[in-house]
Write a protein of this length. Structure first.
Lengths: 181, 1069, 461
């Protein structure tokens, strides 16, 4: 029995297995829902495809980070050793480029890794201490052994009762609405 | 050297001393104060306290009284004279400084040439050089002393002085540290209680009065060798004043052999001066004439001139002429290491050899040849005869009179007198047989004939033969509460073993603090001028002696001038005086050669006493570093590796490998430090002349079998913080019957079973077949002058991946001639003094952390293949291995491996090719040291520098950073000297001249083995030497391109002997 | 993830124990592992062990304090042996620090399922080992308070680090390695932190874990990016792992010291690092699974595999020794030849022989199935290998320095009390950190275990 609330975020359905989740996600998409999200305690294979997620930006960011680190690293060493403060070190040439490779390499890796991690967090908009789905008290199982689908209010097709019923139709183990405060 | 110019420009500056010190400006107001308090303050060492109490002191009448007694030059009547008021103020300031040592140098209150107060010519921060001299035994080494704002900091040789010729030795170099030794006696004491000089003068006068009554009877003076004409004059006047008084002399480490030998040969004491340069063939009978004894510096210089091989270019190397040195000695010396042929014989057998040689040369006498030296005898005799008039036989100071006499006879018969040696009147003021003199003194004391004993600058309680038991002669007998000698007065630099048992002790001033004079080995008279007023209440031996005359007040300065006035009458005395002070020598004062007639026939000698070879021969020799013990408290000398053994901080009983094997003695290398530090050695008890001493045994390859050398000078009981209880006291088993050599059965040595850790900076003597130290024979050199160049020595520059840096301006470089270097160590101490190098102490040396920027490696001939590198595992090749020395400073590589690995760029290359160390930038990873193939870098593992002791602050060279904990340091080619010269050159807008920059090591080197200069200038000495065929690079194959290169050592062995004795040629041919 | 066939189907592997005990569900793994941190009472053993480790850490701090007061002179180093225990331990720790990232990264790329239950604490171990290692380069300098000179910062003198020096390469390699390992570890932790957040009972725990979890909610889009980021990190960490110990080896091979200057160093240092790393993982895994009853997760299969990796890398190391030897002799360089002889006959020869014993001979036992499956023997062997690898670094650093070019400068080295105190102290610190880690964080990746459950359940069908 669902009570009508003024400000809600959406409706969640809870599923027991990844298979059911994927099945449900496909159905939800067929039903024309677009603004929905799936939650799982571990990366479920095929979920991304089921949700039709495209390639993400993380690799590109990483590449940029790597290039910056590498080029910047070598450039810096060259600037130090050959331009701003050239010193005769043991008769070695100012631009002893072979000696600069190790640091260049390390900085490439460093740049790329930092970019990858922080890029990922940024795209995921993390850290994000609160999110409406946390209001669903059973949602804590999302980090243990349960799988959720949340169809959001913003979705054009969203109708509280309809959507809830629809989710139950997908043999959701449990359906509840997500309040938005 | 620029020192010369420096000390010449001050002729016009005298008289300036009349102006008074700012410190002295009228600080007078009333305020009572008692003498005790004043004295207490005067003794106080904290300068700050001093200046705070200045005012109250100034006004105190008793203080004035005290001062005036402090400086008796001021007659009491003159106090209110305004001029002298100035003097008074000045003196007061002076005395305050003496007592308080407020941390700044003081200039003496008398006519110092060139100045007292800063003259117009002098700029702060610019060192001044003054000529003076260090009296040492029967010699005095002329010096130019560098002074920074009145602080003597560095000793250089005086080129105008015959016994220096610009070079110095370890003792002269280290003597400046003695000046600032914080353990010096700083006052007058009576029974250990602090007294004033005034009080001493009073009681001296009292004693004088009694003595005068007794006509001098019972007054005895004991000194070392006195070469000072002024002191001698004072003695004479004293002895005329007190006809019954007696003057005894005791020089513990200089034998009577030379004196008595001369007497035996010529009937009178004469002084022998050698001219090694004039000799083609030199035979040394146990003489270390290149490394020690009077005149050894000029001797080494002259000797090395004949071995430079400079003229031997590719073209005319055929007419190579090179002298030849034979050395017969019981224990290895630097002279022996330089020899072309060296024969280890027992000291006694050296005498036999001399007799045999004399006989061989037809002078009669016995011909019992010591075993194993037959072919030697023939070869040497032939060689000597072949070079009549151009040969030389030198005898060691510690050989008995007859050997000296024999040498005189041989030299005479070879016609060497007048060419390679000449005779003069004795240099010592009053030559006597020291042993007999001391024996006499002891006898007289026992006979109760001695009332007053005045001991001037010697330490008989420590150095006298133990059977004399000198201490008991003068110290209070505890049982009878009696003293054999009523008054005992001791004058010495430290409150030493003798001072301890004397009534009065007067701190003796350092030679840099007093006026005086001395004679050099050839008789040349030098004026000793002080560079600084006495730091403490100390006085000269002459002043103390003067205290007993009717003119107790006379200052050294006045007495000296009066004597000179009398001795060298000249129209303008002041001019003469200033010239003398300026030159450091009284021109042509050298004693003229005298003709002596030989009154000696070798045949007349009594039969030589022989010792059976299963007996051991114990030799007493002065230590190469602390000499007879007078330098025991000198940290530089204590930490200086001894030339042959490379031991520091200890002496040890030196034993040959064979003997060690017989006695089952061994070393074992400790894990910490190890080969470059800590070596455990067996401890032995040596029982001689019913006395015993416990010593660590040290095995010395090349020592004659059956010989045990007990170096003197260690085991001091009262030397000071540094010197007390280091090593063992060889004097304890040295009896008057066997002063230099004692024979005893080998049972006199007992292993105690304990081990003692010795600090040895180089245990590994084997080159492991590497081209480290290139050696060859003259023969080889003629055949192939480039023998030193290993195949693939220096890889061709084209092979380098990198384009070479170009050094268009100066390219500083250095060559070290291994043929000249005799390992005398002068450079090491000079470097330490110039560059403020810390002394780290025995414990740190044992951990392999000594800080010397230049070290002298000692290797045995490259063919010596000792299975283990351990002399205690016996190996015949170690019986008499040819020995070579290699000084190793930073090589200043152009492709420096150290620079490339420094993470912070703390060691970088200068535009002139110097491998610069940037202390401020160094974080101390020690990576540079690991990567240095020559291991010349030194690391401050702890805070080695002493930053507290105020005296040592005065010692430091202000132009060199005092390094702290955690930074790397190393030889800089004396970059401070380079820059000083550069500034001079740029001021007159010219290039730096060759020889204008003289590094500390180069300046000190007696043989001029080290040459520094601009390698870019083809006319510079260094460039010419580098062009020589002998020139080679150490570890050239590493392509580090060092700027320091070496000139290979070339020996000139006698072909006839090659089969007989080991010599370089045998292996390398 | 499971691109290509999972290796389980191959019959010979079936015989082996699986990577996960039977009958586990998402909930059960989650409960089991998170319980260690959340509910389970801290055992007395934990407190005792922690106390010991903690006091050893105290010893280290004292040793370092004294070092800062007196200077590096309190150690046994001297001229010519400028590097002693400090650098030996540094290289040793860094080597140990290699297994973690290697397991997580390379095995991840190679899609080795068995890595799952060990990668978490292997990574933690890496971080702690790197922390221990990081101490030494800092304190071994003569003036540690000036050590920041080694970092590029705009100084008033306008002077910068000297980038030709391998030590600077170290600075960058080690700090990069530390950073990347930390990120890799933390990213892996995020989902588990979320789990702990959701399961924690006490409020403080909820808050702490919650903050660290950054609001992770397992959304599919997040997982999507998360996975590619994790994959990329793994891809980046792999060459990094290989580079770090190569760079460490440059400290030696770039210099001219005989015994250091050789081209074989980078590969065989890396192999040695993996070798010692795996040894250390075993050393930790065996007590851990025992203490917390994790036999189902860290199964014999894991130990067996790690033993095999040890054997393999051990053989590479042996090859390295041989070639080091061979190259020296073959080069004909008299200094190198002499050094080889020094290792065999010199004063430090015993160290060399015991090194061979520990690193080459003993591990050959691992050829035997019985040995690999005897937990006790395996544990002992892992410790032997750790000792062996320490000896290897000692032999390389010390023997080479004692006798290089100029015989007059040859020396000896022996550590002082303070050398030992510092070394033992870092071991204490390492153990202490491990104890803390297993107490407050899931020692096994829960999320990945769930995946494993999922996959194994797939295979059931």
């Amino acid at each position: 029995m669902i009570l009508h609330r003024s400000h809600i975020y959406g409706v969640v359905g809870e599923f027991e297995t990844p298979e059911k989740l994927i099945h449900a996600v496909e159905k939800v998409r067929e039903a024309g829902y677009r603004r929905f999200e799936a939650f799982s305690p571990f990366p479920v294979e095929g979920l991304s495809q089921a949700m039709g997620l495209k390639r993400n930006l993380v690799p590109l960011i990483t590449l940029i980070g790597g290039l910056t680190g590498g080029i910047g690293g070598f450039g810096f060493q060259y600037w130090v050793a050959a331009i701003t403060y050239p010193l005769n070190i043991g008769g070695r040439p100012f631009n002893s480029w072979p000696a600069f490779i190790p640091v260049t390499f390390e900085l490439t890796i460093l740049g790329a890794s930092l970019a990858a991690v922080f890029g990922m967090l940024a795209l995921n908009k993390l850290p994000q201490p609160h999110h409406p789905v946390f209001n669903v008290h059973r949602f804590s199982h999302a980090s243990t052994d349960r799988f959720f689908i949340c169809i959001e209010l913003r979705d054009a097709k969203f109708h509280l009762a309809e959507t809830a019923r629809f989710l139950q139709g997908l043999e959701a183990h449990h359906v509840s609405e997500v309040s938005d405060d | 050297m620029n020192g010369m110019r420096e000390h010449e420009q001050h002729e016009h500056l005298d008289g300036q001393h009349e102006r008074n010190d700012p410190a002295g400006d009228a600080k007078l107001h009333e305020g009572p104060m008692d003498l005790a308090a004043v004295r207490a303050k005067l003794q106080s060492k904290t300068g700050k306290l001093y200046w705070r109490t200045l005012e109250e002191l100034a006004g105190d009448p008793q203080f004035e009284e005290l001062l005036h007694r402090e400086f008796p030059r001021q007659a009491p009547s003159e106090w209110d004279d305004s001029v002298d008021r100035r003097d008074f103020l000045k003196l007061m300031a002076a005395s305050l400084a003496f007592a308080g040592l407020s941390g700044c140098g003081r200039t003496p209150e008398q006519y110092v040439v060139p100045y007292v107060k800063q003259p117009d010519g002098m700029t702060l921060g610019k060192p001044q050089f003054y000529a003076t001299a260090m009296p040492f035994g029967a010699d005095a080494i002329g010096l130019l002393v560098e002074s920074h704002e009145g602080r003597p900091t560095k000793i250089e040789g005086n080129p105008d002085h015959p016994s220096s010729l610009g070079a110095t030795n370890v003792f002269a170099q280290a003597s400046v540290l003695n000046l600032y030794d914080p353990d010096r006696a700083q006052t007058v004491t009576k029974f250990g209680e602090i007294q004033t000089w005034a009080a001493f003068l009073d009681s001296a006068q009292a004693i004088a009065a009694e003595t005068r009554a007794a006509n001098g009877a019972g007054f005895r003076i004991l000194t070392g060798i006195v070469t000072s004409p002024t002191l001698a004059a004072q003695m004479q006047s004293f002895l005329t004043l007190y006809p019954q008084a007696k003057w005894h002399q005791w020089e513990p480490a200089l034998g009577d052999g030379a004196r008595e030998g001369a007497k035996l040969a010529f009937g009178s004491y004469v002084n022998t001066v050698y001219r090694p340069e004039k000799a083609e063939v030199i035979l040394s009978l146990d003489s270390d004439f290149l490394g020690s004894g009077p005149g050894h510096i000029p001797y080494a210089r002259e000797f090395s001139r004949r071995r430079k091989l400079d003229q031997y270019t590719e073209v005319d190397r055929r007419d190579a002429e090179m002298n030849r040195l034979y050395v017969i000695e019981p224990t290895p010396s630097v002279t022996g290491a330089t020899a072309d042929h060296r024969l280890p014989l027992r000291a006694l057998e050296v005498g036999l050899f001399a007799r045999a040689l004399a006989a061989k040369l037809g002078l009669g006498g016995s011909v019992t040849v010591p075993a194993g030296s037959e072919d030697w005898l023939d070869a040497v005799a032939k060689d000597l005869q072949k070079h009549k008039g151009a040969s030389l036989v030198v005898t060691g100071e510690h050989q008995p009179a007859e050997v000296h006499a024999l040498a005189h006879a041989i030299n005479a018969s070879l016609g060497n007198v007048g060419t390679s040696l000449y005779y003069t009147e004795p240099v010592e003021a009053h030559p006597v047989n020291h042993l007999e003199a001391l024996r006499q003194l002891c006898a007289d004391i026992d006979a109760g004939k001695v009332e007053t004993l005045l001991i001037l600058g010697v330490n008989p309680v420590y150095t006298a033969p133990h059977d004399f038991d000198f201490a008991s002669k003068i110290k209070l007998d505890p049982s009878t509460k009696q003293k054999k000698v009523k008054n005992t007065i001791c004058v010495s630099s430290h409150f030493d073993e003798t001072a301890e048992v004397c009534d009065w002790h007067v701190g003796e001033s350092h030679y840099l603090e007093t006026w005086g004079d001395a004679r050099a080995f050839d008789g040349t008279v030098t004026v000793i001028q002080p560079l600084i007023a006495p730091l403490y209440h100390t006085h000269s031996a002459r002043a103390v002696l003067g205290a007993f005359t009717e003119k107790p007040g006379a200052t050294d300065y006045d007495v000296l001038r009066e004597r000179l006035k009398a001795a060298y009458p000249s129209a303008d005395f002041e001019k003469f005086w200033r010239k003398t002070l300026n030159d450091g020598v009284i021109s042509n004062s050298a004693s003229a050669p005298i003709n002596v007639t030989l009154k000696f026939n070798p045949a007349s000698l009594p039969a030589a006493k022989t010792s059976s070879l299963d007996e051991l021969e114990f030799l007493f020799r002065p230590d190469p570093c602390v000499y007879d013990g007078r330098f025991a408290n000198n940290g530089w000398l204590q930490e200086l590796p001894k030339p042959i053994t490379k031991l520091t901080w200890d002496n040890a009983a030196l034993i040959s490998p064979k003997t060690a094997e017989n006695l089952k003695l061994a070393h074992n290398v400790a894990w910490g430090g190890g080969e470059h530090g800590k070596v455990y050695s067996n401890v032995i008890d040596v029982a001689l002349a019913n006395s015993k001493v416990t010593a660590a045994a040290w095995i010395v390859p090349g020592q004659a079998d059956g010989v045990v050398v007990l170096p003197l000078g260690y085991g001091r009981k009262r030397a000071g913080y540094t010197g007390t209880n280091k090593g063992f006291n060889a004097y304890a088993v040295r009896s008057s019957s066997a002063l230099w050599a004692a024979t005893a059965s080998s049972t006199m040595i007992k292993k105690t079973g304990e081990d003692y850790p010795l600090a040895c900076t180089q245990y590994h003597f084997n080159m492991e077949g590497r081209q480290i130290l290139a050696t060859g024979t003259l023969e080889e050199y003629r055949k192939n002058p480039g023998f030193a160049h290993e195949p693939g020595g220096n890889p061709p520059k084209e092979l380098s991946l990198y384009t070479e840096y170009s050094y268009p301006g100066y390219a500083w470089g250095m060559t070290i001639d291994l043929n000249s270097c005799n390992g005398c160590n002068a450079c090491v101490v000079a470097c330490q003094s110039e560059n403020n190098i810390a002394v780290v102490g025995k414990d740190q040396v044992m951990r392999g952390r000594e800080m010397h920027w230049i070290r002298i490696d000692r290797y045995y001939e490259k063919s010596v293949k000792s299975a283990t590198n351990d002399p205690s595992s016996y190996d015949a090749s170690l019986d008499n291995p040819p020995t070579f020395f290699q000084p190793v400073p930073c090589q200043q590589c152009e492709n420096a491996p150290c620079e490339q690995v420094c993470p912070v760029g703390a060691t970088v290359h200068s535009a002139e090719g110097l491998n610069d160390m940037v202390y401020n930038r160094c974080v101390g990873t020690r990576y540079c040291s690991n990567n240095c193939p020559y291991k010349v870098r030194r690391f401050n593992f702890l805070r080695f520098q002493d930053w507290e002791t105020p005296q040592l602050k005065l010692l430091r060279n202000p132009e060199v950073t005092v390094r702290s904990r955690g930074v790397m340091e190393k030889c800089t080619y004396c970059v401070q000297r380079i820059n000083t010269a550069r500034i001079e050159a740029e001021k007159d807008n010219r290039k730096i001249r060759d020889g204008e920059i003289v590094t500390a090591c180069e300046a000190a080197c007696p043989t001029q083995a080290i040459v520094f200069g601009n390698a870019n200038d083809p006319n510079s000495r260094v460039a010419k030497l580098k062009a020589q065929q002998r020139n080679y690079t150490l570890l050239g194959e590493l392509n580090a391109r060092p700027r320091t290169t070496y000139l290979a050592a070339v020996r000139n062995p006698n072909p006839e002997l090659l089969t007989a004795s080991r010599s370089p040629a045998k292996e390398s041919a | 993830m499971s691109a290509g066939q999972p290796p389980f189907d191959s019959p010979e592997i079936r015989r082996l124990t699986p990577v996960l005990g039977p009958g586990h569900t998402y909930a059960s793994v989650t409960d089991k592992i998170s319980a260690i941190v959340l509910t389970r009472r801290t055992s007395l053993g934990w407190f005792i062990g922690f106390a010991i480790a903690f006091s050893l850490t105290g010893l280290m701090t004292v040793a370092i304090g004294w070092l800062f007061i007196k200077g590096t002179g309190i150690w046994g180093i001297n001229i010519p042996i400028g590097w002693g225990f400090a650098i030996v331990n540094f290289v040793w720790w860094i080597g140990i620090g290699h297994a973690g990232t290697l397991i997580s990264a390379i095995l991840f790329l190679l899609n080795q399922k068995w890595r799952t239950s060990i990668n978490r604490f292997a990574e933690a171990m890496t971080l702690f080992a790197v922390a221990c290692a990081g101490i030494f380069p800092l304190i071994h300098t003569g003036r540690p308070w000036m050590a920041f000179y080694m970092f590029p910062y705009p100084s008033t003198m306008g002077i910068w680090p000297q980038f030709r020096s391998p030590l600077i390469w170290d600075v960058f390699a080690v700090s990069t390695y530390g950073t990347v390992s930390l990120m890799f570890w933390f990213v892996g932790l995020i989902p588990d932190l979320a789990t702990l957040r959701d399961r924690a009972i006490q409020k403080p725990a909820k808050i702490i874990y919650g903050t660290l979890a950054m609001g992770w909610r397992g959304s599919a889009r997040h997982w999507h990016r998360y996975q590619s980021a994790y994959l990329l990190l793994a891809g980046l960490a792999t060459p990094l792992v290989l580079s770090v110990h190569s760079v460490i080896s440059f400290d030696f091979s770039v210099s001219i010291v005989p015994g250091w200057h050789t081209t074989i160093f980078p590969p065989y240092f890396v192999a040695g690092a993996i070798y010692s790393g795996f040894a250390m993982v075993i050393t930790i895994a065996i007590p851990l699974r025992k203490a917390y009853g994790l036999e189902d997760y860290i199964t014999m299969r894991h130990l067996d595999n790690m033993a095999k990796v040890m054997l393999a890398t051990g053989l590479i190391v042996a090859y390295g020794y041989f070639f080091e030897f061979f190259l020296s002799l073959y080069s004909g360089n008299k200094f190198d030849v002499f050094l080889v002889q020094q290792r065999l006959q010199g004063p430090y020869a015993p160290f060399y022989y015991s090194l061979i014993l520990c690193n080459i001979l003993t591990p050959q036992l691992l050829w035997f199935y019985k040995i690999r499956h005897n937990v006790v023997v395996l544990f002992i062997m892992s410790i032997v290998v750790n000792i062996g690898m320490w000896l290897e670094r000692f032999v390389i650093v010390v023997i080479s320095l004692t006798r290089d070019f100029v015989p007059s400068a040859w020396g000896r080295y022996s550590p002082t009390f303070w050398d030992w105190a510092t070394y033992i102290g870092t071991i204490g610190m390492f153990v202490m950190l491990i104890f803390l880690f297993v107490r407050v964080l899931p020692a096994i990746s829960i999320a990945e275990m769930r995946e494993l459950v999922a996959e194994t359940s797939e295979e059931k069908e």
